[in-house]
Every structure is written in structure tokens, then in C-alpha cells.
Write a protein that binds this ligand. Sequence first.
Ligand code: C2E
Ligand code: CA
Ligand code: CA
Length: 511
Amino acid sequence: MPLTRRPRRKRRTRIVVTLLSGLLPIVLGSAILYMQAERTLQQSAGETAEQALRQFDLMLDNTAEAARILLPLAGKNCEEVKLALREQVTRRPFVRSTNLVWDNNLYCSSLFGAFQEAVNAGDYHQGKLWLMNGNPVTPDTALLIYRLSDGRGGALTTLDGYHLSNILRLIGRQTLLTLQVGDNWLSADGKVHQGSLPAPPVAYSLLESERYGFKVSAGFPQGEVRRYMAAEYPPLFSLLIFFGAISGAIGHFVQKRSTSPSHEMMRALEAGEFISYFQPVVHGDSKRWSGAEVLMRWNHPKEGLVRPDLFIPFAEHSGLIVPMTRALMQQTAALLGPHSVNFAKPFHIGINISASHCQDLELVEDCRDLLAAFAPASVELVLELTERELIEPSDITLQLFEQLHALGVKIAIDDFGTGHSSLGYLRTFNVDFLKIDQSFVAMIGVDALSRHILDSIIELSAKLDLGIVAEGVETQAQADYLTEHNVNFLQGYLYGRPMPGADFLEALTHH
Ligand code: C2E
Ligand code: CA
Ligand code: CA
């Protein structure tokens, strides 16, 4: 079965479908990878925040421990206790200074000894922690103060912000990590900010310390998911492109396969590629043209003219033969109709009809439409039904043939002698002509048995009063024999090959 160029629109559709089937796994896969990257980043932010929180808890434990040890000394004379304050600073890695408070007044410091400074409990988040941006000793250096109080006395221990921002930097790495104490927050660059903390746009995670009430927030800057994918997933992307290519190729081939013979014929039908050729039929005695058989050709854009036996079986199988025959009848009517006034009457027009066309009464309408295009009584329409594929008699078929006869349409059994039609069959359908299969004609003067069959068919048709047509007449000897035996009509290359409508009309004027 020949394949053709598809019309432009269909070709475009095919390209689009191929592209879509190629892109689908890539797009879907990328979406899945994107979600996977988001999940990974979310998990990573959560883990980082948790790690930092644990570290801060540990450092504060150490700082709080110093305050707990010093609290009983609150209220005592500074000179007596200042060594104890300094001892805590030296022994504890994160503690930068220690201080004692009495009646909200910082009166003794590890740094300065006796000292005077008011303490405002409101500065401390939950009365416990204050993240400040430096003190008079080290301005602009983050400092976290832990406050422990009991009655009038209290102890303040401070944790150097340097350690805190170090943790944020080391643990955070690619993560935007911050420490938040009340309204103040510390970023990895060691700066203390005030006001609401801007939540990172990607994979935001916020954890709170159960013991000290500070919070750690983690997340990533805008575009991190794409950056992460670009860094981590190139092998997976290659795989996706590979799958895309395979899927595109499958899409392409599936579509190509769907260009089955029947699809292809449907396209050809829409494109008007099935055209009618005409082969003259002559009178057995005078050899004058008595009409023509209409034979279908496929004018294929790529393959050229395709013989009917190469595509008619597919057309019959797919049911397309009915619209194809209808198109052929319309073409014939349009071509010959306008010239019918000049026809030698009655002019035979033979149309090949498949059994499937006889399943309903539409064929009657098709014939009526064809006849309407010709001058009244100028043509005799002959439907040729092949003996190889006989129609089962049923209510519908009987009705069909009755109506066809009423319309003046004749019935011929084509390829007669190759099938099994019985006398009963010929009567049931009121057959008018027998067309002797060309294989018998070819054997005239060659094979005695075939000639015997031929003689019997001719005899039978005479007895049944049926018209007889011999097809495949190629030699004068065959013609002479058939004429001698009173065969009514002859058809074959001897008188003319099947030809396009214009050529046929041209030749007809000479006959
Ligand atoms: P068919 O109905 O028996 O048509 C006669 C075939 O014999 C034609 O072949 C014709 O070209 C060929 N032929 C005519 N004279 C000679 C000759 O002297 N020598 C030789 N060797 N061949 C000759 P074609 O046109 O190739 O058609 C083949 C078959 O395809 C037809 O056989 C018919 O069964 C089918 N067919 C053709 N057109 C149609 C159609 O419109 N509808 C249906 N259902 N079948 C069609
Ligand atoms: Ca025929
Ligand atoms: Ca035939």
C-alpha cells in the first residue's frame, strides 16, 4: 500500500504530536525533579536550623551554668566576689563577662569590679535573654546576655556574639540562617537587627528553643531550587532528554503506523484522488461502441496511477468502497452527462459494485442521482456484481433489486464462470447480463476445456435470455469466435484500453 505526503495541516499536527510526546517526559520529569529539589532543600533547611539550635542551647547551657553558680553571691560586697566572677569568665569558653545585680542595679562586673548601671528586666525576652548590638566596652559587637534572678538578687552572664555568628556561618553555609531573640535577630555577618525578621523565600523553616525561648530561622534565597537543580541534576536531565527522544520517536512511529491503508484511502477520497477511467464496450456484430465500463484508478500523488486490484480489497475491507463508488458515479455523471444527448442510444454505462454496497437501499438513490445527470433514456446503467463475491438474498437485497429494476437499472454478473452462481441465483436477482471472465476468452484457440466452458456459458445465457458480454478480447481470432457464437458485446484491448474521461469522449466522437 503506497504512502503519501500528508496534507500540510495534518503534517503540522503530526509534528506537534511528535514534539508533545517528546516533551511530555521532559516536562513531567522536570516537574518531579523540581518538587524533589524543593523537598531536599526543605529538609536541609530544617536540619540546619535544628543543628544550630542545638549548638546555641549548648552554649547557653554553659553560660546559664555560670549564672547559676554566681547567683548566691548576689548582694555580697563586690570586692569579695569579683574574683569568683572572673573565675567563671576564665573557666568557661563562651562566657565573656559575668555581673551581679541587686535591686535592679548592676553593681559588680567581672570586667570593672564595682560598677553602677540600672538593669531593666523588660529588655530581656521572657525576662531571660537579651540580644544586643554591643555595649560601651565593645560597641557594634553582638552580645547575648543571660539573666537569672532570685528575689532582689540576680546574675547576668554574657555570651560573645562572635561565637554565635560563627555558628550561623559554619553550619549555615548556603543556608540563610538567623538567630532570633524577641524582636532582635542576628545574621551570619555578626550584625544585630531589630524588627521583623524577613522570611527567606525558599524552604523557610523556624524552630524555637524549648529551654531559652530563642528562635532559629533557616531558608534559601530566591532561585535556589533552580540553582540546586542545575548543580545536582545534570545526569538526571540527560536521562530525561534521552527518554524524551525515545518517547518522541515512539510518538512519531505510532502516528506513522496509524497511516494505515484505510486512513490513507480516506485522505485520498477527501482529496478526490480516485478517478474514473473508461473502457469501451462494443457490439458483437457491428463493433460499434455500445458504451463503457467505468474502472477506478487511484491518482496517487507519489505513486502515480495505482491499479484497482491493489487498493479495492482494502477499500472493501474498510467499508470505504461505498463512498468511493459513489464519488466515482458522481464523477461519471459530471463527465459524461453533458454529452449524453449525442450518445448512440441506449449507451451502456457499466459500474462495478461491491457486495457491501447492496446492504441497504442507498444504492437506489446513487443510481437515481447518476441517471438524473443524463438526457432521458440516453443511457442504460449496468451494475456489475462479481461472481466471486455474491450477495446473499435477503428482504433488503430483494427489495433493492426490485427498486433498481423499476428504475431501469440492469444487473450483470461479472467474472462469470469463476464463482458459483446457480440458475436460481440468476433468477432471484433478475440478472440481465453475464460477463464472461477474461480467462476463458484468453483460452480461445488454446485450451479445449476452457473453450468448452465458454460455449456452455454462451449457450446458457441464450437459454435464459440473458445478454452476454465477453471481456479481455485482445485478438481478432477471439473476436471472430465470439461474434460467430452470437456474443452480444465485446470488451478488450482490441477495441480500447481503459482511458481518462477526456480521452474517452474524444475517441467516442470518432465512433
Ligand atoms: P473487472 O471488473 O473484471 O474489470 C476488467 C479488468 O480487465 C480491468 O482491469 C480492465 O482494465 C482489464 N481489461 C480489459 N480489457 C482487457 C484485455 O483485453 N486484456 C487484459 N489483460 N485485461 C483487460 P482493471 O481496470 O485493472 O480492474 C481490475 C478490477 O478491479 C476490475 O475487474 C474490478 O473487479 C475492480 N474494479 C475496478 N474498478 C472498480 C470499481 O469502481 N469498483 C469496484 N468495486 N471494483 C472495481
Ligand atoms: Ca467489471
Ligand atoms: Ca471481469
